[in-house]
Design a binder for this molecule. Structure first.
Ligand code: AMP
Ligand code: ZN
Length: 500
């Protein structure tokens, strides 16, 4: 198996703005933290793109032989509407609108998140902590920051003092490339900042008024933690005051990640993260996919094709392949044409993999040129993955290999043209790269669990449509399934299905 000494990994570190050779703090071990979803809504395909980047990173690090502790949190409190310090909590707002307990909202969308990730063949993280499960630790960190003089209390809220921090530590703005003076000028005009010494300061603990439903007692009165604080707390609690890699979407660089660094330095005196990795956005016609812009679709809509942006439905593995064809640091623009091309690419890859698994080695005349080519492509596939996770170039290597595999399979080439050892390596590594590292798997009819997962999701969407009295959608789903030979059966215990 390819190890980390054979193919040393380089990572583009957003903090240093350079590609660096990855050296973990503890040899052979990696601590990885990724900002998880705010569970107040269905995840959309843009969210999936970001999480998929880190799923591949986790898979690749593990394949290289690292023992990885992967922590991805669930944000279930503190993330306020519009990402600023004023306004309602996103989860509390949804609970109010839908007349639910906040924890019902959290559970519902956490379930949806997990269902979605399973559908796209994600590996679960080692730890999935939630912000509400770490209130005590968050209070402790607020206290530490206060004790060190980098925060102040006003009316039961505690604010981080950015200017004081900058004077002492000087690194605020380093990650995001923002200049403090510009930030000060831009924040002056915002409303609702009266309590802050400076508009740039951010809440690490917020006082909760009577109407607020998610709140906890603290030394400063009843309140709730700031959004940025939770990630500082949960990452360092499980990975140490300094850990190896922190990931998230590019849009989280500022203010979220910038504030995370400041909080950890203020509390513990150490820069918390060695390598920052930021995954770029999924766009639609050049615009970031986002719920609020109305240009997002959920995985269920993608699969059923039930969305104005979609010409038809696409399978989860087609989407996974689509994602792998781009580098994580580039924007990826959604289009039906691109997905149709990915559909073909995915099939080509899986056909080659299946053919290779059915082949066996037979004695023949060695072709040293061919051997060198195959060996080079295999090595190159790993070198590309080790080069800041270049899945796009890695797929190009896999396609080159597919051409050779197809020649073996069509008997245009004898398998004996390469040595038994290289043939065995080709079989092992080809499958390892596609299935274990890129997470791309077969999803034809034989894969009943994938069908089942898909069906559970479709049934859920139909139920929601019915609850919302959107009978046009629920009928459309039932009719489309019927046309595909799938009958839905509504019963007392919920909805089941039969395949004809
Ligand atoms: P949220 O639940 O809003 O905190 O977002 C969860 C993750 O999805 C974050 O890492 C975001 O950066 C990421 N994200 C949101 N929109 C997109 C998008 N259009 N493309 C890629 N990632 C996104
Ligand atoms: Zn975070």
């Amino acid at each position: 198996m390819a190890g980390y000494n054979d193919f040393p990994l380089s990572i583009y570190n957003s903090y240093s703005r350079e590609k660096e050779v990855f050296t973990p703090i503890h040899e052979g071990h990696v601590g990885l933290y990724v900002c998880g979803p705010t569970v107040y809504n269905f995840v959309h395909l843009g969210n999936v793109r970001t999480f998929m980047t880190f799923d591949v990173l986790y898979r690749y690090l593990s394949h290289l032989g690292y023992k990885v502790r992967y922590v991805r949190n669930i944000t279930d409190v503190g993330h306020l509407v519009d990402d600023v310090d004023e306004g309602e909590d996103k989860i509390a707002k949804k609970a109010r609108l839908d007349n639910l307990e906040p924890m019902e909202v959290v559970q519902m969308y956490t379930n949806d998140f997990h269902d979605t990730l399973r559908l796209f063949n994600f590996i679960s993280p080692s730890i999935e902590p939630s912000a509400t499960g770490h209130i005590i630790e968050q209070i402790q960190m607020v206290q530490q920051i206060l004790d060190h003089g980098f925060a102040y209390e006003v009316n039961g809220s505690v604010y981080f003092d950015v200017l004081k921090y900058q004077e002492a530590k000087g690194n605020y703005g380093k990650l995001s490339g923002r200049v403090l003076e510009d930030l000060i000028n831009n924040t002056r005009e915002l409303d609702g900042q009266e309590e802050k010494r400076n508009g740039l300061d951010f809440a690490i603990w917020k006082n909760a008024d009577e109407r607020h439903i998610m709140k906890w007692p603290s030394p400063w009165g009843v309140g709730f933690p700031g959004w940025h604080l939770e990630c500082s707390v949960m990452s360092t609690k499980y990975l140490g005051k300094q850990f190896d890699i922190h990931g998230g979407g590019m849009d989280l660089k500022f203010p979220h990640h910038e504030c995370e660094i400041a909080q950890s330095v203020a509390a513990d005196g150490e820069v918390p993260v060695r390598y920052w990795m930021h995954s770029n956005m999924l766009t639609v016609n050049g615009q970031k996919m986002s719920k609020s812009l109305g240009n997002s679709f959920t995985p269920a809509e993608l699969i059923t094709g039930n969305h104005p942006l979609l010409k038809k439905g696409y399978s989860p593995m087609t989407v996974r392949f689509f994602r792998m064809q781009s580098h994580y640091s580039s924007t990826l623009d959604f289009s039906n044409d691109a997905l149709e091309a990915s559909e073909k690419g995915y099939k080509r890859l899986m056909n080659a993999l299946r053919a290779l698994q059915q082949l066996s080695h037979s004695k023949g005349n060695l072709n040293t040129e061919l051997e060198a080519e195959i060996e080079n492509n295999l090595n190159q596939a790993f070198l590309n993955l080790s080069d800041d996770l270049n899945t796009a170039k890695c797929i190009a290597n896999l396609f080159d290999l597919a051409t050779r595999i197809n020649s073996f399979s069509a008997k245009k080439l004898a398998t004996g043209a390469i040595s038994e050892k290289l043939f065995a390596r080709l079989q092992k590594d080809y499958s390892a790269i596609i299935v274990d590292i890129l997470g791309i798997q077969a999803e034809e009819s034989g894969s009943s669990s994938v069908v089942d997962q898909l069906m559970q999701l479709v049934i859920e969407i139909r139920q929601e449509a019915r609850q919302n009295k959107d009978f046009a959608t629920s009928d459309k789903i039932r009719d489309a399934l019927g046309a595909a030979g799938i009958q839905l059966k509504d019963g007392a215990d919920g909805t089941g299905y039969t395949l004809n």
